[in-house]
Write a protein that binds this ligand. Structure first.
Ligand code: ADP
Length: 224
């Protein structure tokens, strides 16, 4: 589903963030990308969502080179991708329901579909009782569950989670880990960038390790 072919990313001032990366991720996989801060994990995720373009090489999504997608069509392409970040990125003036609904509104879903879909997704993450709350009324773990719900609501093929436990305590990290495994079990591909050892060791799935922008190991049932 996702393929990197000789991909390098050089940021301005010749900073090499990814160095000749070759990689295939099949549909349904759960891949943890690990490595020190600065190793290139976020860059790898940004190349999948076409937020950044490779300096060299090609990134494919469903066998299509991302560079062939016209800029104005990128928002449609990104419907295939749900993203979750360390800092949640929830809209502070919208309720939980509205935060999740917003992703659907942008794509012109009917109010009827929104009213049906949002509670369904909030149920998956166990947050239906928080529907009318605002982000500031939620704990970090709850915010991350809402952010996961928002990522899921457009039924993406893949979830990109960039350090989702970065602002969470161990209990919430455990909850989010379980949820990611549940979502993967329902068929969504997951690419998780993290340096959380406990998380990766609990997941027990494929682990790709980056060092200075290079893949130094890729194990089917890896540990941190
Ligand atoms: P990680 O997610 O593993 O911490 P990143 O992919 O964020 O690593 O960053 C890899 C390297 O690229 C880092 O050294 C970072 O400073 C650099 N970098 C990331 N984004 C940019 C940018 N927009 N401009 C310049 N350098 C960047």
């Amino acid at each position: 589903m996702i393929k990197f072919e000789n991909v390098s990313k050089v940021y301005p001032e010749n900073f090499v963030a990814l160095d000749n990366v070759n990689l295939t991720i099949e549909s349904g996989e759960f891949v943890s990308v690990v490595g020190q801060s600065g190793a290139g994990k976020s860059t790898l995720l940004k190349l999948i969502s076409a937020e950044e373009q490779p300096s060299e090489g090609v990134v494919y999504f469903n066998e299509r080179p991302l560079s062939s997608i016209k800029k104005r069509l990128l928002p449609y392409f990104r419907r295939n991708i749900g993203t979750v970040f360390q800092d949640f990125k929830l809209l502070p003036k919208k309720t939980v329901f509205e935060n999740v609904a917003y992703a659907l509104e942008v794509f012109g879903e009917t109010n009827e579909n929104i009213a049906e879909k949002v509670p369904e997704i909030l149920d998956i993450v166990g947050m239906t009782d928080k529907m009318e709350k605002y982000p500031h009324q939620l704990s970090g773990g709850e915010k991350q569950k809402i952010s996961l719900a928002r990522a899921l609501v457009c039924n993406p093929q893949v979830i990109l989670a960039d350090e989702p436990s970065g602002n969470l305590d161990p209990d919430s990290t455990w909850d989010i880990t379980q949820l990611l495994l549940k979502i993967n079990g329902l068929g969504t591909t997951i690419v998780l960038a993290t340096h959380n050892k406990e998380m990766v060791d609990k997941i027990e799935k494929r682990v790709i390790r980056l060092e200075n922008g290079k893949i130094v190991s890729d194990e089917i049932k890896g540990r941190y």
